[in-house]
Design a protein around this ligand. Structure first.
Ligand SMILES: Nc1ncnc2c1ncn2[C@@H]1O[C@H](COP(=O)(O)OP(=O)(O)OP(=O)(O)O)[C@@H](O)[C@H]1O
Length: 271
């Protein structure tokens, strides 16, 4: 028997309290797929991915995670999550390795100390994100882009079946975007399934196998990158020098805002 899709939704809606933000989404993600979730600011991308993690409300329709209805899904470590605009505060005194090790905590009882397996999984995750040589450094001393890589490694050590990332490259300079894209490419080559909310499609074009666009809470495109490129939106896969799209505009505002603690308040990005 073939395994069920990782994520499967039928007419699903998500929102907050009495407000529906995402409505009528039907899609499923199979193993090995790397989906880029695109859409203008405020279209509901974060609300959607948070919905899969139980962090926004599931208001209707069907949501199955690995074949299990969301309400009955209790294997949280199977979904790795790198949240949006998240960084490690300068006030946290911890090494890169210590932060990554915390990603193993959900997998073991609190009373069992880390063992050799935990340690080797942490080594592998640090290698995957290219930070093994920085493992003893204080995270506060790392750049915003490097901190994102720490957070990706922290998600990886739980050995998730799918990695959900909300704008992993936002606010990161072009050079670091390339490094992050290489990290994601390495993960994709190993068969890691990913759902990546992004405004920087150009830097991820070699990684993504499918594109889903959200507009005003609805999915208005779902197809492979060539179908996407064949439509009117293809320039977003190019070199990023076109300035007529809201996606590019947003990237500029993202770059203007220096990462981590200095990210702009949400309101500034939702006009
Ligand atoms: N915690 C919340 N409570 C109520 N409304 C919220 C909350 N978070 C987001 N919203 C609203 O939901 C709508 C969609 O926001 P969301 O963050 O999902 O969009 P997005 O597509 O991820 O945008 P961006 O590209 O700017 O990150 C917005 O109108 C936003 O104000």
């Amino acid at each position: 028997m073939s395994s069920p899709p990782l994520i499967s939704l039928r007419s699903a809606s998500f929102g907050y309290a009495d407000r529906t933000v995402v409505d009528g989404v039907t899609l499923s993600q199979g193993a090995g797929e790397v989906i880029a979730l695109l859409g203008p600011n405020g279209s509901g991308k974060t609300t959607f991915v948070k919905g899969l993690l139980g962090l926004s409300e599931h208001l209707g329709g069907e949501v199955l995670l690995f074949g299990t209805p969301l309400a009955r899904f209790h294997e949280k470590p199977r979904i790795g999550y790198v949240p949006q605009r998240h960084s490690l505060s300068a006030s946290v005194r911890a090494t890169v390795r210590e932060i990554v090790e915390t990603g193993r905590l959900p997998l073991r009882p609190w009373w069992r100390p880390a063992n050799a397996t935990d340690s080797s999984v942490v080594d592998q995750a640090l290698d995957a994100v290219g930070l093994r040589d920085r493992e003893r450094e204080d995270v506060a001393a790392l750049s915003g882009g490097q901190q994102r890589r720490v957070l990706i490694a922290r998600a990886l050590v739980a050995q998730p079946d799918v990695l959900v990332m909300d704008e992993p490259t936002a606010g990161v300079d072009i050079a670091n975007q390339r490094i992050l894209a290489e990290v994601l490419s390495t993960l994709a080559a190993r068969g890691t399934s990913m759902l990546i909310v992004t405004h920087e499609l150009a830097s991820l074009r070699d990684v993504v196998t499918r594109i889903v666009c959200m507009n005003n809470g609805h999915v208005d495109f779902d197809g492979d990158p060539s179908a996407y490129a064949a439509g009117h939106r293809g320039h977003e896969l190019g070199d990023g020098h076109h300035h007529d799209s809201p996606v590019v505009d947003d990237r500029r505002s993202g770059l203007a805002a220096i990462v981590t603690d200095a990210m702009p308040p949400r309101g500034l990005r939702h006009e």
